[in-house]
Structure formats: structure tokens, C-alpha cells
Design a protein around this ligand. Sequence first.
Ligand code: 4NP
Length: 152
Amino acid sequence: MLRILMVCLGNICRSPLAEGLLKSKLDTSKYFVDSAGTGSWHIGHQPDKRSIAVADKHNLDISDQRGRQFSEVDFDNFDIIYAMDINNYEDLREMAKSDKDTQKVKLLLDILFPGENMDVPDPYTGGMFQFEQVYDILDKATTQLANQLNND
Ligand code: 4NP
């Protein structure tokens, strides 16, 4: 069982979409996928209603997810930790307790744009257009990731 964690700041906009999309593309008997936020504001909250709406438009239901904060034990409980943006990436690397932990942290969009340090933009203060853009980029990244994993 390979365990993959998607991480953003609030765990209500980007990482719940990344979690839902990746789960929908993998055999969940072989892969465990979860998400978390580096911040604590949205612990126990449903995903943002705009993320729920954009997912729903594409027949993906993420409404059962609940926000949680990333914690150090996640380094032990997951094999790969994908950060949505550079700030998340740096925050996660600062929390790492060992080189092994540090090596688990990756920037999600490196899958599509290796070495370009591309962020999944934070849509929180935007509108539905920004959420659509985030959905599209996460759809592409998770398709590529699922293809890579299935070929390993
Ligand atoms: P996310 O977006 O990191 O994609 O979940 C945000 C959600 C909430 C906040 C910031 C970003 N916030 O400041 O509450």
C-alpha cells in the first residue's frame, strides 16, 4: 500500500480537490490518499463550498472530507507528501525530522513542469474562475501521477 498525502495551507480548497481527484484515478486497495493543511484554521471543516461545487460539476464528490492539520507523524504515516505551492513545500521541509522525511516532500506541479517550481495558485480569495483553473491543473497533475504510479 503506497500512502500519498496532498498538502496545502488550509486543507479546504486545493488539497481536498487533489485528494479527491487522485483517489478517483487509483485503485484504492493499492493506494491510500489523504490531504492536510499546514494551517490550523479549518480543522474539522468541510471543503470550501466552491471546491465542492467545482468538483460536483465534474461528477466528483468531495463533500465527505474534513479539514485536518499536517503533523509530524504524517512523515511516518505517508510515503510521498505533495505540497501544492512553494510555501507549503518550505513549511513541510522545516518540519522534517530527518533526511528521509525531507526526501518525502515534493512539489506537486513538478510532475507536469519538472524543475520549474510551479505553484497550484491559492484560489481562496478568488472566484469560481480561479477554482476552475485549480481544478484543471490538479486534474492534469493527478492524471500524470496516476499514470506514473500505475506503470511502476
Ligand atoms: P487552501 O486555501 O490552502 O487551498 O485550502 C486556503 C484556505 C483558507 C485559507 C488560506 C488558503 N485561510 O487563510 O483561511
